[in-house]
Write a protein that binds this ligand. Structure first.
Ligand code: ATP
Ligand code: XMP
Ligand code: GLN
Ligand code: MG
Length: 536
């Protein structure tokens, strides 16, 4: 049994980063909604509990509360942002609505000596105060600490920026240690799980593979499994893992919905024939998808249609295999958490095509062996399973594909233009050597050699608006393409990539000259948040 940390989610957009950071310290952790029962909390076996942030306010009438059991278990508790506020409110302190919202970078001063922050600082002031560079995102704040708590950190605008009851091992911080902008965030969460909760580092990939293989064999028995293979990282790694467990009982289905990138279909088929020795069926479903998308402009509706048609194809294909009882997917943990947060918990930003869209008539059971892994864990797993580096470190490509990169109505003509523009952009990124520039919050495992490797995701977006241009002394009136390139560790927050102007210039020239129908190229310089990575 691994020691594990229970994270209770109050709906913050960055809750899963808490789990990511905890796992980075070698400790297993899972996210559950805040309204699990007291009994669940008592039986879970947590070595510690972390309470997340939230868009809610403890001052609202029906504000979400942590189960009482959390504070009665006798294990350490860490409250983050809303988690701190609800801890204060539930244990006898007081929360007020601050007049100003504090959003972004802040410097907090560590106060008194606590096991959580002792010895951790980014710099020391002339007066000898240890200071932390952190990221804040709140409007409410703790006005009075509960009895027996002591002050752990403060800022001029937020005098109680962190507090602790060290006898009970309750800790709380108003800032967000889970985001990379909080420089010591990883160290702080590491101290919480190791020093305060007493967890060992026992979460690692080789052990995970043997556990997962056993689990798949036990689940599936002698049934056959169908896997939705996209050629992306997640489904490729899932295929390799399941193939290791059950060999030829696995058949992959690769759906060409007409929204793939240039030559992608052929590439995926070649790669799998060469690299995996897995059975792959390619389904040409372009007409089916395009037909259903005709006339639809709403992004959520487009996503839902694409999700539905995927399931439709899988059903038809599985019907052709007599013994197929399972549908495997490369669903990963962020997909699960993002889609779970509907309704009263998180706000749904986008419906991912692959989660939650299974109809009642679906006869297949779901096999999702990567369901509890984050992207970098999936990549490590892929490498440990022997997949080629290039495959494992590809930029992700969303299941709805160009369907969410053509704004508004999806048309085949638009997709053809976009495919060519996108291919030029990617080719130039690969061909342009990377000279490191410092980007805050972005570290990389290996040093990138070109701009494709130096970005986490890059693509072109088709804007269905026309603008006037002049080419060869003649007037043009054609479409616009936007280029998007981001750097991120977890895809939850992202910086726009500071691509060299010469590279952007070359890409723009090539697209306008080579792709008839596009006469203007723009570069997207929005971060996430407030924008998202994809445009729809
Ligand atoms: N064209 C496709 N054909 C079959 N299955 C697909 C296709 N596109 C997506 N899927 C299914 O949906 C899942 C989710 O897609 P997603 O893009 O998140 O993962 P991925 O493509 O495997 O990896 P990556 O995130 O690196 O692109 C895939 O793992 C796969 O099971
Ligand atoms: O498989 C997927 N199905 C989807 O429906 C989907 N929507 C977004 N993405 C990918 O998720 C990451 C974050 O994207 P956003 O900032 O646009 O939400 C980025 O990597 C996006 O490409 C998807 N992947
Ligand atoms: N990020 C958060 O958890 C914010 C908590 C609360 N909604 C506030 O504004 O203070
Ligand atoms: Mg994909």
């Amino acid at each position: 049994m691994h020691s594990k940390i229970l994270i209770l989610d109050f709906g913050s957009q960055v809750t899963q980063l808490i789990a990511r950071r905890v796992r980075d310290s070698g400790v297993f952790s899972e996210v559950y909604p805040y309204d699990v029962s007291d009994e669940f909390v008592r039986n879970y076996g947590a070595a510690g509990v972390i309470l997340s942030g939230s868009h809610s306010s403890t001052l609202e009438g029906d504000a979400p509360r942590a189960p009482d059991a959390v504070f009665e278990l006798g294990v350490p508790v860490l409250g983050i942002c809303y988690g701190m506020q609800t801890m204060a409110a539930q244990l006898g302190g007081k929360v007020e609505n601050g007049l100003v919202r504090e959003f972004g970078y802040a410097e907090v001063r560590a106060r008194s000596h606590t096991k959580l922050l002792d010895g951790i600082n980014d710099f020391v002031t002339d007066e000898g105060h240890g200071m932390l560079k952190v990221w804040m995102s709140h409007g409410d704040k703790v006005l009075e600490m509960p009895p027996s708590f002591k002050l752990m950190a403060s800022t001029p605008s937020c005098p109680i920026a962190a507090m602790a009851d060290e006898d009970k091992r309750f800790y709380a911080v108003q800032f967000h240690p889970e985001v990379t902008h909080t420089v010591q965030g990883k160290a702080i969460l590491g101290r919480f799980v190791h020093e305060i909760c007493g967890c060992k580092s026992d979460w690692n990939m080789p052990d995970y593979i043997s556990e997962a293989v056993e689990k798949i064999r036990a689940q599936v028995g002698t049934d056959d499994v169908i896997l939705g293979l996209s050629g992306g990282v997640d489904s490729s790694v899932a295929a390799a893992l399941i193939h290791r467990a059950i060999g030829d009982q696995l058949t992959c289905v690769f759906v060409d919905h007409g929204l793939l990138r240039l030559n992608e279909g052929q590439m995926v088929m070649d790669m799998f024939a060469k690299n995996l020795g897995v059975k792959v069926i390619r389904v040409d479903a372009e007409e089916q998808f395009m037909g259903h998308l005709a006339g639809v402009t709403d992004p959520e509706q487009k996503r839902k249609i694409i999700g539905r048609e995927f399931v439709e194809v899988f059903q038809v294909e599985s019907g052709k295999l007599v013994n197929a009882k399972w549908l495997a997917q490369g669903t990963i943990y962020p997909d699960v958490i993002e889609s779970a947060g509907k309704g009263k918990k998180g706000q749904t930003i986008k419906s991912h095509h692959n989660v939650g869209g299974l109809p009642e008539t679906m006869k297949l059971k779901l096999l999702e062996p990567l369901r509890e892994l984050f992207k970098d864990e999936v990549r490590k797993l892929g490498v440990a399973l022997g997949l080629p580096h290039d495959m494992v470190y590809r930029h992700p490509f969303p299941g709805p594909g160009l369907g969410v990169r053509i704004l508004g109505e999806v048309k085949k003509d638009y997709a053809d233009l976009l495919r060519r523009a996108d291919a030029i952009f990617i080719e130039e990124l690969r061909n342009t050597p990377y000279e490191p520039v410092v980007v805050p919050g972005f570290d990389q495992d290996s040093v990138p050699t070109n701009w494709y490797e130096a970005t986490s995701q890059a693509f072109a977006v088709f804007l269905p608006v026309k603008s006037v241009g002049v080419m060869g002394d003649g007037r043009t009136y054609e479409y616009v393409v936007a280029l998007r390139a981001v750097q991120t560790q977890d895809f939850m927050t992202a910086h726009w990539a500071h691509l060299p102007h010469a590279l952007l210039g070359k890409v723009s020239n090539r697209i306008i000259n080579e792709v008839r129908g596009i006469n203007r190229v723009v570069y997207d310089i929005s971060g996430k948040p407030p924008a998202t990575i994809e445009w729809e």
